[in-house]
Design a binder for this molecule. Structure first.
Ligand code: IMP
Ligand code: MG
Length: 225
């Protein structure tokens, strides 16, 4: 009877993360990284829980995982090794061109190759910020007529939202701060950090003083994906 009253187990609440002194930044990164926001252990534990929810929701269907380049590189690897069901994998490349860390104009740099028609799609991104990226990509995906699309992001910055888009699976809620590591970049660097952290202000200041290469007819590329 209980099972009838609760046909699906409730989703557990998404953990909220606030910067606080905690794990020590490895010596190698101490000059640039001010603090660790989410440790590799916290990430790993959270991903296992998210993966269980996804497996439950996609059981019995052959899923296509569509991942956004390049920021999902670590998250995707850890997520799919915990997805114990048949799946296919494809990538979309999106880059934002614009000033600083703001999301500017979106350019597709890699198109999908797999057929999405009638498929159950899990769209994966590193972070949901203004929502402009997921909004654009969701529009593009829907036109390919999948059976359904669920969205999954490691991080959610709800305070920054401009487009009305929410993710079905969220790893961590974070405040309105720029974060790097675990796939996330600042000016294409720091993707290889095994944790999610914050940079010292001097790193951003230095970067904004550097002269950036300029694409013909475009602003200098700074925002990563
Ligand atoms: P949105 O289109 O504003 O939602 O931004 C999504 C994209 O912006 C993400 O896929 C990231 O590539 C990038 N982004 C947003 N916030 C951050 C951040 O704090 N650090 C690194 N990249 C970010
Ligand atoms: Mg990205």
């Amino acid at each position: 009877i209980l099972a009838l009253e609760h046909p699906r187990p409730m989703k557990r609440p998404v953990p909220e993360v606030h910067p606080k002194p905690g794990a020590r930044v490895p010596r190698l990164w101490r000059q640039e990284v001010e603090r660790i926001l989410i440790t590799d252990d916290q990430i790993a534990r959270r991903i296992r829980i998210m993966a269980r929810e996804i497996v439950r929701d996609f059981a019995g269907r052959e899923m296509v995982v569509v991942s956004l380049l390049n920021g999902t590189v670590m998250f995707l690897g850890d997520l799919i090794r915990n997805l114990s069901l048949p799946l296919r994998l494809d990538f979309i490349g999106v880059s934002s061109y614009g000033a600083g860390t703001e999301s500017g104009e979106l350019v597709f740099t890699k198109e999908l190759r797999l057929d999405m028609r009638g498929r159950d799609v899990l769209l994966v991104d590193d972070i949901l910020d203004t929502g402009k990226t997921l909004y654009r990509v969701l529009g593009k995906l829907r036109a390919l007529k999948p059976r359904r699309i669920k969205t999954c992001v490691l991080l959610n910055k709800a305070a920054r939202r401009i487009e009305a888009v929410e993710a079905d699976y969220v790893g961590f809620e974070i405040p309105d701060i720029v974060v790097v590591g675990y796939g996330l970049d600042f000016a294409e660097r720091y993707r290889n950090l095994p944790f999610v952290g914050m940079l010292h202000p001097h790193v951003y200041d230095q970067a904004s003083q550097q002269v950036k290469p300029v694409r013909p007819g475009k602003a200098g590329r700074q925002g990563g994906d």
